[in-house]
Design a protein around this ligand. Structure first.
Ligand code: SF4
Length: 312
């Protein structure tokens, strides 16, 4: 289905309302799952790996995986995503034009990592022009589709509530503590609209939007389930939708959130805690092979190594 971003961000007809005591029960369940265990810090990567195969999670802990992703997006896509966040915040405040913004930002690399600024500095004049043009084109598309200048749309960068300004406007992770558990996410780039409080509950109106480097996939939406759970327990209301927007091709996919899906996300976080605790207390992780075996560091020694990927 072809979905447009303005349509997906319009949640005025979204039908779901949630009682505060339902959210409180979810929060208590999460707190209870972390009780009596060490303090844990979890990301969506932990949950995805543990739910795919506990052996995969354990193997990934033993190798240096950089940012924890199985494939790393190109420097250009990382810069584009960072700049979209910076520009979203800036445009909302000052109405900056994308082209000017990108050119100025690349000339003033205080916000980049060392690797990024070295990559940008090594570019020829022609390459730089091309880079400015390509990133600006992405920002122009976003400018046309996200209601940055409409104060009633409540567009914020990141997930955190209330929005916290940070010194360096780059990819800053949002965190939320539930008892001994800290949930950390940098998966959400823009949060659009706020829920409507109504008596003992709230109507879901928020859309969590992730900018992804390639064509958005179902896996991108599933990963946003972790952030949707964070949003639910930190604001007392689930988001109305999650959406993934491809920076490269402008394609969009989205998912309407309901109570069952949020319950599933909380359940996955609780199950991940249990799996990690068992592994850390000496249990052999169960092995549940799948297509992700292709990227598993333990593949060579795993009893399932002879299974061909075509069998999944
Ligand atoms: S190779 Fe597959 S089954 Fe074996 S540990 Fe890795 S992900 Fe699990």
């Amino acid at each position: 289905m072809n979905e447009s971003l303005p349509e997906v961000l319009n949640t005025s007809e979204h039908p779901y309302g949630y009682r505060f005591d339902w959210v409180a029960r979810l929060r208590e369940a999460l707190e209870g799952a972390a009780n009596g265990r060490p303090c844990y810090e979890l990301t969506s990567v932990d949950v995805t790996q543990a739910m795919d195969c506990p052996g995969l999670w354990a193997a990934k802990q033993e190798v240096a995986t950089g940012d924890g992703q199985s494939s790393s997006p190109s420097q250009q896509m990382l810069l584009t995503r960072q700049m979209a966040r910076m520009w979203g915040r800036d445009a909302a405040n000052r109405g900056t034009r994308p082209f000017q913004f990108v050119e100025d930002s690349l000339n003033d690399p205080f916000w980049m990592t060392e690797r990024q600024s070295a990559w940008v500095a090594a570019q020829s004049f022609d390459e730089r022009i091309e880079l400015v043009g390509e990133i600006s084109a992405v920002l122009c598309r976003l400018q046309d589709q996200i209601p940055f200048r409409d104060p009633s749309a409540d567009v914020y960068v990141g997930l955190k509530w209330p929005q916290v300004e940070v010194g360096c406007p780059t990819l800053v992770a949002d965190d939320f503590e539930v008892g001994r558990l800290t949930l950390v996410s940098d998966d959400v780039d823009f949060r659009v609209r706020t829920c409507e409080i109504d008596g003992e509950g709230a109507w879901a109106r928020t859309v969590l939007l992730a900018l992804v480097p390639e064509k958005p996939t179902q896996a991108d939406l599933e990963r946003l389930g972790f952030s949707a759970a964070m949003h639910t327990i930190s604001t007392n209301c689930p988001p109305a939708r999650v959406a993934a927007y491809g920076l490269l091709d402008g394609k969009l996919i989205s998912l309407d959130v309901d109570a069952e899906w949020i319950g599933l996300q909380i359940g996955c976080i609780m199950a991940t805690l249990r799996i990690i605790y068992r592994i850390q207390t000496g249990e052999e992780p169960p092995l549940t092979p799948g297509t992700y075996c292709a990227n598993c560091p333990a593949r060579r020694d795993c009893p399932f190594s002879r299974i061909g990927l075509e069998e999944f």
